[in-house]
Structure formats: structure tokens, C-alpha cells
Ligand binder design. Structure first.
Ligand code: ZN
Length: 203
């Protein structure tokens, strides 16, 4: 997917239909800065806006993603390529997100342990201050753990070892499951068996 080509195509269709950037932005409920960023190839339209944008520009989503009007004979092939590419981009973003969260969570846990140790030492000088620092460290651990689990839940899927189905569990199920790393003990919604479900990034 070429952002620059998509941007030029959006600009061309917009001008063909005699819209200004501001007109188009207003119809979509976004800023004209966002439209300008698309047209300059700095970003591509959010998936949630694509259908409305295509309707306004009188094109279809595959034409938008390809950056040109498609003749019918190439249509199916190009549609499939675009879907594969969208999926790959999502997968890459999910992997990146999870790695970032792992690093942040580790740093945060180290800080929390340092806080708790410091608090314990501090109680010798001021009990109140010491206890407050220990509480702060404990809260930090809990907040980090919950946040990390929520991100893990949102990125990708879990695979049942029994029936091999891939699914997105509820947040509560992920949060309460015992685990090692990102592999969690949960109940499969398809076959109903409990087991250790591995994190995967494709459906
Ligand atoms: Zn299953």
C-alpha cells in the first residue's frame, strides 16, 4: 500500500468532485488538517472513516487502498492483495505494541520494587512516609499488571490447544487467568475445554 499514491488519488477525486479540503473534512466530521495529511501521504484514512470517505469520493474501498480506479478484470486479485496487506499491517502493529508493553511493564515493576524497598527503609525515619511509599509501590504494580493484561487482550488472538480455534476472550477471562508469559489458562468458547491458550497474532 503506497500512502503517497493513496493521498494523490484522494486529492484527485476530491478536486474532480469540486470539494475543498474543508468541505470534505466537514462532511466526515474531522479537521481539514487530517485531510491534508492524507493527501500529502503522511497518513492513511482510519478504517472507521473509509466507507464514508469512499461514498463521498464515489469510489470503493479497494480503489482507495490501491490509489487508482480499478478495471473489473483485475478487481478480485487487487481486492485480495489489499486485504492481505491490511491484515499484515495490523499484525505488525500488534506485535510492536506487545513488545513495548512488555518493556514498560518490566521497568514499571522494577520501579515498584525499588519504591517498596525504599518505603520499608523509610519507616525507620518516618513510619507514615514509609507506609505511603510502600502503598504507592503496590498500587503501581497493580495498575501496571492490569494495564499490561488489557493491552495483551487487545492485540491478536488466543489459540485453543484442543480444537485449534483462534478467538478473542473477554477481558475478565484474560485478567483472571493464571498464566506464564502471554500463555493463559482459559476455557475455549468453541469446544469448552480448559487449557493453556497461546497468544497468536493472526486469525
Ligand atoms: Zn477449543
Amino acid at each position: 500500500m503506497e500512502q503517497k499514491k493513496i493521498g494523490k488519488f484522494i486529492a484527485k477525486r476530491r478536486k474532480d468532485l469540486h470539494f475543498t479540503q474543508a468541505n470534505l473534512a466537514k462532511k466526515l466530521g474531522i479537521t481539514d488538517r487530517a485531510v491534508s495529511k492524507w493527501e500529502n501521504g503522511k497518513s492513511i484514512p482510519d478504517a472507521s472513516l473509509m466507507l464514508d470517505l469512499c461514498q463521498l469520493l464515489e469510489i470503493n474501498v479497494n480503489e482507495l487502498l490501491t490509489g487508482e480506479q480499478i478495471v473489473m478484470k483485475d478487481y478480485k486479485k487487487i481486492a485480495e492483495q489489499n486485504l492481505i496487506e491490511l491484515r499484515n499491517q495490523k499484525e505488525k502493529a500488534d506485535r510492536r505494541l506487545l513488545t513495548t508493553v512488555k518493556i514498560l511493564a518490566t521497568l514499571s515493576c522494577i520501579s515498584a520494587v525499588v519504591l517498596i524497598l525504599m518505603g520499608t527503609l523509610l519507616t525507620k525515619i518516618s513510619q507514615f512516609l514509609g507506609i505511603m511509599v510502600v502503598i504507592l509501590g503496590t498500587i503501581l504494580i497493580f495498575v501496571t499488571a492490569i494495564y499490561a493484561v488489557m493491552i495483551e487482550h487487545d492485540a491478536g488472538y488466543y489459540e485453543c490447544p484442543n480444537c485449534k480455534m483462534r478467538y478473542i476472550p473477554t477481558r475478565k477471562a484474560v485478567l483472571l487467568a493464571s498464566h506464564y508469559g502471554t500463555t493463559r489458562k482459559m476455557e475455549c468458547p468453541y469446544c469448552g475445554k480448559k487449557g493453556y491458550h497461546k497468544k497468536v497474532f493472526t486469525k
